[in-house]
Design a protein around this ligand. Structure first.
Ligand code: ATP
Length: 152
């Protein structure tokens, strides 16, 4: 990792801007509420990759007309990021495996869209190598929430 002081709010905003076009093409609404945050010591390139992975999944697994909400909050000693979608969701039996390398959910395997099943495994590695935590909550056919916390 190449650690230097970076503004997490800016990385989130830039990533959302970058993915906005893809969301529009899929007719998915992508909106973000982002608190100003203080600098944190992090690898900017890696955090960017993390955001793109999570946003790309949210867009990929949400049908047209769906909504993705990104919330970034700054607390006294941490920053919290939540990416919530109204997509296909994840079956309870699949949920414990989403961070496994090469794991792809049933519906993902049968879709034409590519994917390696490495995205969330790498995302977890990036979060944990910054001392953070990541978890996924989901209800099948209702949507998915990815929750990430970093200490600052
Ligand atoms: P890629 O490596 O290209 O991201 P992938 O999306 O299949 O491929 P992961 O990002 O590791 O791989 O995700 C693992 C599995 O978790 C997916 O195959 C999918 O079943 C499920 N998943 C991840 N994010 C979501 C989401 N937002 N909504 C529904 N299912 C999801």
């Amino acid at each position: 990792l190449e650690l230097k002081p970076v503004r997490f709010d800016r990385i989130v905003q830039e990533s959302v801007n970058k993915m906005q076009m893809l969301a529009e093409v899929k007719d998915v609404i992508l909106h973000a509420e982002i608190d100003d945050s203080v600098p944190m010591n992090a690898d900017e390139e890696r955090l960017h990759q993390l955001l793109i992975t999570v946003l790309d999944n949210a867009i990929k697994y949400t049908q047209e007309g769906g909504v993705i909400r990104v919330v970034c909050r700054k607390l006294a000693h941490s920053v919290h990021l939540e990416v919530e979608d109204t997509g296909i969701g994840i079956a309870p039996e699949s949920l414990p495996h989403v961070f496994d390398r090469f794991y792809r959910g049933d519906k993902s395997r049968t879709r034409q869209e590519g994917g390696t099943g490495l995205g969330l495994a790498i995302a977890k590695w990036i979060v944990e190598s910054h001392g953070g935590k990541i978890r996924v909550e989901s209800k099948l056919s209702m949507g998915t929430q990815v929750l990430i916390t970093f200490p600052i």
